[in-house]
Design a protein around this ligand. Sequence first.
Ligand code: ACO
Length: 325
Amino acid sequence: MRRFSRITGTGSYLPPRRVSNQDLAVELATRGVETSDDWIVERTGIRARHFAAPDVSSSDLGVEAARRALESAGVAAAEIDLIIVATSTPDMVFPSAACILQNKLGVAGCAAFDVQAVCSGFVYALTIADSMIKTGAANKALVIGAEVFSRILDFTDRTTCVLFGDGAGAVVLEGSETPGILASDLHADGKHVGILCVPGTVSGGKVLGDPLLKMDGQAVFKLAVGVLEDAARATLEKAGRTASDIDWLIPHQANIRIMQGTAKKLKLPFDKLVVTVDEHGNTSAASIPLALDTAVRSGKIRRGDTLMLEGVGGGFTWGAVLLDF
Ligand code: ACO
């Protein structure tokens, strides 16, 4: 019998400190940086983001999201045999945030590793977990996106620091006789490294290069809309479905204009878009599972709905996962 994987539980967690555009504008003004709620809302759709306290790490946010996903799936942490954390802001150089999170969950023994594909990290991680479940290498997986992007923002660069936030989202993915995940499609093109990167590294006990986020916003914008359409179409084709089968489109929450541009290209009405970028900002690898859990808990997404998840980000990386929820 063919083996599939399906999402049996979702969870998410936002650090308590909510920073509205007005709050941020006031904070930035003290550094001589000028911005406004109007500019941020008009160009991005973002109204607020959450920032973690300085001593809170990605694994701290991720473990809260994981606990909520386990609870909603009715699965005990000890039953999990695979933990994948998608993050670009891990707690330390090594070990992985996944190993640290595993210990915080109070379990040991199962495979645990991080996936680094920036804002596409969650669709990459979900595809890896799905593949491992299909081959029998795992049966109950926790797939988590967790980020503290506030740590790598340059708060003197208004073109980037207003866009990002911190948070985590998680799903429990279990082996199943019926899908579940229908198809996925992952890509990368390393020639675009320079348009979105954190170029610094650690060497000889020092930070070499600039450890803060750099972005060419317009180049990212153009590339993102095109590849998100391509990935969605390729995934639908692999699954033998069409765009009209999609109940909910959950793109990476970077910018409302990128999300609406993608929906338009797929000829989907905007009311099929799950939008949380207004309240979360761009939380990179956490944005898709955060949006998914928010829509599930609000009653918008129901069991049986067909979902298209789409990620795009630094690398450049992009990809999509189509699933029956
Ligand atoms: N507040 C006020 N003014 C600002 C701000 C700000 N925060 N940021 C830039 N400006 C000014 C600029 O200085 C410029 O002023 P000038 O005309 O006097 O020179 C003006 O606004 C226009 O700047 P642009 O960079 O041309 O603005 P644009 O319309 O391209 O919007 C934005 C910028 C929002 C970043 C857009 O390019 C974008 O959304 N790009 C996509 C990038 C993105 O979402 N990245 C997320 C990470 S990547 C990912 O997750 C896929």
